[in-house]
Ligand binder design. Sequence first.
Ligand code: SF4
Length: 298
Amino acid sequence: MTGGPGWGVRYTSTVPPDERAPTPRNLYSFSRVKTYHQCPLRYRYRYLKGLKEAFRSIESVMGTVVHGVLEWLYGEREGRGAPSLEATMEALAERWSAGLGDDVAVVRDGDRAEDHHLAAREMLERFHRGAFSRDRSTTLALEQRLSRRLSEEIVFTGFADRVGRTRNGGLFVIDYKTSKKEGDSSEFSEGLQAPLYAACVLERHDDGEALAGYHYLRHDRTSWQKVERGRADELLGRFRQLAEEVAGASEFPARPGVLCAWCGFNAICPSAEVPAGLSGGLERARELSDRTPSLYET
Ligand code: SF4
């Protein structure tokens, strides 16, 4: 085990209510609430103290780059026509080079950044030859910012990867996933995120229902759910409950686990647990903070 600053120590950060500083305008995204659920201390570092994570994992860089290519692909299709596979691979190569930087870490021992570039190529090639070439839907919006006030204190916000209409006119929202495993129906997997986006999109249209989809790029498979207006209200109500729990929290215990290896605060967290085979992020964070002592300042 490589550990962290205080391997085995369970640290709890307590914040007096008057020192709590939610992000401006009380905006709560799905990822904000999910971060609290996964580790309240990481939530506190990121959202209350406003600290920047020391490194970006190669997996998150790959996800960002692939999403950028998909946005470009559909944007081009609506404008100048569907790009060729070759042009798509060039778009990936450009974004890949631009996305890398000093702060990118390969977390797993034996992994190489290039392996993730190859995985991105394979996913986009599969997508271009498969789902994209079959897709006869119309794009209404790409990377659409969605927002809905849920109470005086809570505003839900998020970005939908793609909003469109099927060939038969059905409204849909789709979220692209680069993860190795497909999700399940639990709230912090497939249960809330895309359905919440569908609930917000429904408010902008007269349709009685919208489809919420997750497209798994490694598996060339889309998982769909139907969101009718009644379910949309339930989803928004459930998100409000979760966000209120986060907003009302005054203790932020560390919840160490496998995600510590990918957490950009693992070099300063007293409870970090980073196994030896997953220490690339921790090592990069230490190098960067030695070089830049103000790294974790806001
Ligand atoms: S290193 Fe682990 S325990 Fe510490 S903040 Fe990050 S996820 Fe939480």
